[in-house]
Design a protein around this ligand. Structure first.
Ligand SMILES: Nc1ncnc2c1ncn2[C@@H]1O[C@H](COP(=O)(O)OP(=O)(O)OP(=O)(O)O)[C@@H](O)[C@H]1O
Length: 361
């Protein structure tokens, strides 16, 4: 299932003009405040009338302004998840979930209520009122309601931004299961690098009403030209858990390279995504003999961006591309240039629960 969007719209002082195709999986719309992300979602949901647009999911056209066609929002079969859950306050959790069901076409292969309740752990909450739920529980109900409407596509507008770190970590695995087990395509608005790392299959970068780049998540995140400031710059790699050692270290395999992290709650064989913030990566001309950092990744420089006196270097390793931020002085001393062979020393992987997630299956 894939979504095709061509969209042009002009607000006073703001001009949106873009076209993209979202393949299966999670497509994250990533960009600064005011770049137009919510407007794209509103147009797809049918909540605004764009000046010119064609929006289709596979063969089903939802909007085509050249033909004056606009399917009403409640007949588009889209599941929408907002920041604040937006549950009906007067309905129990069970009735909020069943409300989603109303919009599933008769005879469709809608997800069964039992399966959704089970996946999202909603059993003990079914008779509660939304006012008596935590923020994380409310978001789980909102995800369940969206799923039960048998959506062709889920639109999620910063669904975790109102939650604190612990609640975010509670919801992220459910979104991963949605992506991996239910295989509903998801268009997801976010500006959190850790969320993007965890969830994205494809990233579409937005700026000033345009999509400036769209591509596979690992490629887009590791592009020095696009990286954000400070710890927002960072690539991710995928690795498989090899073993847990008795001295508190988990060994992973990333494209044949061994990595060692403080013990992770994952089983041998599990595939994980690890985000590596660019400031946590040092570069050396050759592998140092004795060093406390356990993770050395040799590679070849294939991208450089200079920002003032700091330099962002992309190193292609067997584990995939990673980014390192070093000083201009170090870059000169190491003669960093495209084609140079260097070794990345990863001081730490982000241990935030938010930064280590399961890889796509
Ligand atoms: N109904 C409207 N009338 C006029 N201007 C609007 C309207 N809706 C949005 N805009 C403008 O369009 C631009 C894009 O807004 P939009 O909400 O899509 O951005 P965003 O990327 O989702 O931002 P944020 O991350 O802050 O939610 C902004 O400049 C906004 O002021």
């Amino acid at each position: 299932m894939s979504l095709t969007v061509t969209l042009q719209h002009r607000f006073a002082g703001f001009d949106l003009d873009l076209a993209f195709q979202a393949p299966p999986g999670v497509t994250v719309l990533y960009g600064p405040s005011g770049s137009g992300k919510s407007t794209v979602l509103a147009a797809i949901a049918g909540l605004m009338r764009p000046d010119h647009a064609r929006i289709a999911i596979d063969g089903t056209v939802l909007t085509d302004t050249t033909r004056g066609l606009s399917v009403p929002p409640h007949r588009r079969r889209l599941g929408v998840i907002f920041q604040d859950g937006r549950l009906f306050p007067h309905l129990s959790v069970r009735r909020n979930l069943r409300y989603g069901r109303w919009f599933a076409p008769l005879g469709s292969d809608a997800a069964s209520e039992d399966a959704v309740v089970e996946m999202l752990g909603l059993g003990p909450l079914l008779d509660r009122a939304p006012a008596n739920l935590s923020g994380g529980e409310r978001q789980r109900v909102a995800i369940g309601r969206a799923l039960l409407s048998s959506p062709r596509l889920i639109l999620a507008d910063e669904p975790l931004s109102a939650l604190d770190g612990a609640l975010k970590a509670e919801i992220l695995p459910y979104l991963e299961r949605l992506r991996d087990e239910w295989r509903v395509p998801i268009l997801y608005v976010s500006h959190q690098p850790s969320e993007v790392t965890r969830l994205s299959t494809t990233i579409a970068l937005m700026r000033n009403g345009r999509i400036t780049r769209i591509g596979p998540a690992a490629e887009v995140m590791a592009d020095p030209a696009l990286a954000g400031a400070g710890r927002d710059a960072g690539a991710f790699i995928e690795a498989r858990v090899r073993a847990h050692h008795p001295d508190g270290v988990t060994e992973l395999d990333a494209g044949g390279l061994p990595l060692f992290l403080p013990t992770l709650a994952a089983a041998p064989g599990d595939r994980l995504r690890l985000r590596i913030a660019a400031p946590d990566v040092m570069l050396a001309a050759e592998a140092p003999g004795q060093i406390s950092a356990l993770n050395l990744l040799p590679g070849v420089v294939d991208g450089i961006r200079q920002d003032g006196h700091s330099v962002l270097v992309r190193l292609m390793t067997d584990a995939g591309p990673i980014l390192s931020r070093i000083t201009e002085r170090s870059a000169r001393a190491l003669q960093v240039q495209p084609g140079a062979r260097l070794v990345a020393i990863v001081k730490s992987f982000s241990h935030d629960a938010g930064d280590i997630g399961s890889a796509h299956r």
